[in-house]
Ligand binder design. Structure first.
Ligand SMILES: *Cc1c(COP(=O)(O)O)cnc(C)c1O
Length: 424
């Protein structure tokens, strides 16, 4: 089987090398990404925005492998980071600090210093206390911090509750009604420079209305700031959130999504104010798969299980959000080794972890046998980055495919190194 058979929200891209070859060469489980698929997605965003001042700040928490950051940086991408560790990463990958925006509700003092020292583009500030902290730190090291206020518009992005962020009961941002007050306060702080306004209402959004409603609220706020408080907003950051088609979800195509956003911004209060977006999932998800091998088939009274060599420590989305990942057989063989026709049956695809929530798919119709390889699709985003060492399992390697070449972008972890941190 070839690498990609579909990538609905982008350009179909078929890599030449077979997954079977990769599995045999590298071993399983391993994450496999298509360089061209990632680049294609990024370029669709770039093309859609080419006539409007903008920065695309890829949200690196989605997939932060250095090779991917380096690749996107070369295409002109900026980056949305959420920790000092992520700042180290983007700098190491050769990214331009003037295109880095820093999000997150709990920025520590040392992280703020780190970011001020390299002159990042903007802190996306999420509370009044954070604003004060940034001002104090900037003062103490003789810097000025450029900021935007992350507002919470109380809009339901109609996604999974764990990944909605723009509702009243979420911890993110500042309620939009309080925003004029916070901006007024920010204006009085000597080491703060207000440059933008920001929001991110959630992830895996599959229709237009939440983001368009959000923009209406932002326009209203920008107008209040300009006309009543003499604060001029120099960029609008709409965050990320566009969904991908895990299964029968049909999110808007990137091009149309951006077009509708730009149409909304074409308004007397906002026209030509530079736009920042922070896409993550829509760039990386469909560009990656998790390749795994069936260790055992187990049949009990009620169910058939395919027990694979990847578990919830390698890919947690199904266990965490009950998320759907398509699962394909790498080799579709009609006959088994004895020459009999293989029968299709419904299997629960489960991992080796000692938890009943350790599954990647339930009731999947497959004609499989022990030793077969499976491709868990749309695993390029929130896949490897959420992997853990639970059950003292080493995290899988990561492979990049480019046309008919493959290269290792993360080595398989060493068990020795895991144990190195512990002592008695
Ligand atoms: C996670 C996150 C993103 C990216 O979201 P996607 O749904 O992956 O596009 C962007 N901005 C912020 C602040 C985030 O937390």
């Amino acid at each position: 089987m070839n690498f990609f058979k579909r990538c609905k929200n982008g350009i179909l891209h078929i890599e030449e090398i077979s997954l079977n070859t990769i599995a045999k060469l590298i071993g399983t489980p391993c994450y496999v990404y298509s360089k061209n698929a990632i680049i294609n997605q990024f370029i669709i965003y770039q093309q859609a925005l080419k006539n409007y001042p903008h920065i695309i700040c890829y949200a690196i928490k989605t997939n932060s492998n250095l090779a991917i950051l380096n690749m996107l940086s070369k295409l002109g991408s900026g980056f949305d980071i959420v920790s000092g560790g992520e700042l180290e990463r983007v700098l190491m990958a050769g990214c331009d600090p003037s295109k880095i925006v820093f999000s997150g509700v709990a920025k520590r003092a040392d992280e703020i210093i780190q970011a001020l020292n390299v002159n990042i583009k903007c802190f996306n500030v999420e509370s009044c206390s954070e604003l004060q902290r940034i001002n104090n730190i900037a003062k103490s090291i003789g810097k000025t911090a450029k900021i935007s206020i992350r507002v919470n518009p109380n809009i339901d992005p109609k996604t999974h509750p764990y990944i909605s962020t723009g509702l009243k009961d979420n911890k993110f941002g500042i309620p939009i009604k309080q925003a004029p007050l916070i901006y007024a306060y920010a204006k009085t702080l000597n080491f703060i420079k207000i440059i933008g306004i920001n929001c991110h209402i959630g992830s895996q959004i599959t229709n237009f209305s939440p983001i368009l409603n959000t923009i209406d609220h932002l326009i209203e706020l920008i107008s209040i700031l300009k006309n009543k408080q003499n604060i001029k907003i120099q960029h609008i950051n709409l965050g990320g959130g566009l969904g991908v088609d895990y299964f029968n979800l049909y999110p808007p195509p990137i091009k149309l999504y951006i077009k509708k956003i730009l149409n909304k911004l074409n308004n007397k209060e906002t026209v030509n104010i530079p736009l920042i977006i922070e896409p993550g999932r829509s760039i990386a998800a469909d560009a990656g798969i998790l390749l795994t091998r069936i260790e055992y088939i187990k049949i009990n009274e009620k169910k058939k299980f395919a027990i694979i060599d990847a578990g919830m420590n390698d890919i947690i989305r199904p266990s965490l959000y009950n998320a759907w990942q398509n699962i394909d057989q790498v080799d579709i063989r009609i006959h088994n080794d004895k020459g009999f026709i293989r029968k299709k049956a419904y299997y629960d695809i489960v991992g080796p972890i000692c938890e009943s929530s350790d599954f990647v798919g339930k009731s999947r119709l497959l004609s499989i046998t022990e030793g077969d390889y499976l491709a868990i699709r749309s695993a390029g985003a929130y896949g490897f980055v959420m992997a853990s060492n639970y059950n003292t399992r080493i995290r899988p390697s990561e492979i990049m495919v480019e046309e008919n070449e493959i290269y290792l972008i993360r080595k398989k972890e060493l068990l020795k190194k895991l144990l190195y941190y512990e002592q008695f």
